[in-house]
Ligand binder design. Structure first.
Ligand code: TRP
Length: 341
């Protein structure tokens, strides 16, 4: 990928970048909303994906558990089809250019704009005993992640859109002040992206940090667990299997079934017309379990082969570092830092 980015913009593929925080495990929501799309984007773009381990430190973690979660996430991303022969996949903390660029961007970001971020306000309320600097600086690190590689497209969930807006503001401001330096990125919000909801509260997004284990399904769970969770999924009154605003539970299950099988929601409605809720829920659970079975098997294989993961992570980090360094050197020159190169 380092070679292609030397070409003119017409010749080179667009650069796609996204990160994922290593908390919990990859859920059905993450998979359908993000990771499965990342897999598809590898065909058409130069992709950079990383585990946002530095972002995850804004909340207190138990170190040994956190390290395991990070490695587990790496294995899960490989198992979900992120292919290191096509894309870069690494740990954010292994590429120091992310944090280095963040400092310079910090000096070009206003406290006012950072403190206005919705996620900062929400997280400050939720972790009132740990409102650390990192919590407010979180979107500036995200801006550094993105701007470091001159990313064109950034696949994000709707909840991260405001951070992307801030990234764009920082990029434009920097370019105006110091001359053209950064590519101003566009958000890429996939069609089905943000719609997968909790199995226990179908009006809320499925979140990997949900404390209710029955609310989420993970790509590495076994078939029996997945089917059981779907059997327990909260549904709506009535007995019709249709996607409708007053039926958030059934709508969510139809959305999941359609996305996982590649069918449309209308086709799914037709397929289950006349079925009872019970039969339908089991069918959705079985379809999800069948799709996740190979991921679960690959995950176990990768996790058992740490040497392979280390090789991939190191190689990708090295390439990302060399690529990011070019932007960083330019930024340093522009702001007037001395260079003896
Ligand atoms: N903040 C993102 C999230 O929680 C993860 C992330 C970190 C990210 N850096 C990024 C996403 C850069 C896109 C681009 O979902």
């Amino acid at each position: 990928m380092a070679e292609t980015t030397d070409k003119t913009p017409i010749e080179r593929k667009k650069i796609v970048l996204s990160g994922i925080q290593p908390t919990g495990t990859i859920t059905l929501g993450n998979y359908l909303g993000a990771v499965s799309n990342w897999g598809k984007m590898q065909q058409d773009y130069d992709c950079i994906f990383f585990i946002a381990d530095l972002h995850a430190l804004t909340v207190r973690r138990e170190p040994a558990e956190f390290r395991q979660a990070c490695l587990g996430f790496f294995a899960q991303l490989l198992a979900c089809g992120i292919d290191p022969a096509k894309s870069l996949l690494y740990f954010q903390s292994h590429v120091p250019e992310h944090a280095e660029l963040q400092w310079i961007l910090n000096c070009n970001t206003y406290v006012g704009e950072a403190s206005r971020m919705t996620q900062y306000k929400d997280k400050s309320a939720k972790h009132a005993d740990n409102i650390n600097m990192g919590l407010m600086d979180y979107p500036v690190l995200m801006a550094a992640d993105i701007l470091l590689f001159r990313s064109d497209l950034v696949p994000v969930g709707i909840d991260q859109k405001q951070h992307l807006e801030l990234t764009r503001d920082i990029a434009v401001r920097f370019n105006n002040r110091y001359g053209d330096t950064f590519t101003v990125p566009e958000p890429y919000i996939p069609r089905t992206g943000e719609k997968i909801c909790s199995l226990q509260d179908p009006t809320a997004k499925m979140s990997k940090s949900d404390p209710d284990a029955n609310a989420t399904v993970s790509v590495i769970e076994d078939e029996a667990t997945i089917v059981r969770k779907f059997k327990r999924a909260v549904t709506d009154s009535g007995n019709e299997i249709v996607a409708r605003a007053d039926k958030p539970g059934i709508t969510n299950l139809l959305t999941i079934y359609a996305a996982i099988t590649g069918k449309t929601v209308a086709e799914a409605e037709k397929e289950f017309a006349g079925s009872g809720y019970g039969t339908f829920k089991v069918a959705v659970g079985e379809a999800v379990a069948a799709a996740f079975a190979p991921i679960r098997a690959d995950y176990a294989r990768y996790l058992a082969d740490k040497a392979y993961m280390a090789e991939v992570a190191k190689d990708c980090a090295q390439k990302a570092s060399a690529f990011g360094r070019r932007t960083l050197d330019k930024v340093k020159r522009k702001v007037g830092l001395v260079s003896f190169k």
